[in-house]
Design a protein around this ligand. Sequence first.
Ligand code: ADP
Ligand code: MG
Length: 272
Amino acid sequence: MPNASQDQNMALEMHQVVTRFGTHLVHNGVDLEVRRSEIFAVIGGSGSGKSTLLREMILLQIPNAGRIRVLGVDLANITDAAALALRQRFGVLFQQGGLFGALTVLENIGLPLREHRKLANKEVDAIATQKLAAAGLEAAVASQYPSELSGGMLKRAALARALVLEPELLFLDEPTAGLDPQSAAGIDALVLNLRQQTGLTIVMITHDLDLLWQVADRVAVLAGGKVQAIGSMAELSQMTNPQIQPFFDGPRARSAPRQAASLPKEPSSKPK
Ligand code: ADP
Ligand code: MG
């Protein structure tokens, strides 16, 4: 068996991950590998263990068994110092955004820099301003507070903060959930641009079929405690496995491939 730890092309590896809550077996041997610069998605029904898997990837939870490597670092028995260093190499966009309400958007974006880099305030603001623009927000948003922003703007501001330390790997948890169709379509384009411009590896959890068709290189289907299949959306949509097919049934699924070629797409095509 090839030694995965020496494979520099892998941004993330999970091998035979087992997760239990009491007697409830959530993951029963999850295997997956995410290549560098790939946009990789995990899909699965509610309760299939997607969020738990994400928490394990970002060092918030330890599986009961199995091996996880993130950016070449084995998470088993990781020291606090190594975990701190690793956390600065990836960014996370949580579903709720997680911006601090008492800070302006610019202060929120600059926060990781103030925590982890020795920079003058001027430099922090300059970098934060640059990330604000990269996330597709106007400069005037910098001085606003999170409560003044729309859902789509909040996602973008949180994304700017997740990018401020120039991560090699970005995790997105349901990045379009709760957004209106136009804002969601904007996130599709933004994710694609990010990868094109920086070669960033992106791992996302989503059930948004439009987003999946638009941006995901490969998708892992989580069901029954295991990854049932990994492939492109085109490949998965052809599979007849009863644990996979349900994701591709219905009018949204059927219409999605047709839209995949053009960006931005019709806002009306985005499921809420
Ligand atoms: P998904 O994100 O795919 O909807 P989750 O990863 O949130 O699924 O949860 C998978 C299963 O694990 C669910 O049955 C959930 O109730 C259970 N679970 C998740 N977190 C905990 C926890 N901290 N304690 C007990 N059970 C949990
Ligand atoms: Mg979840």
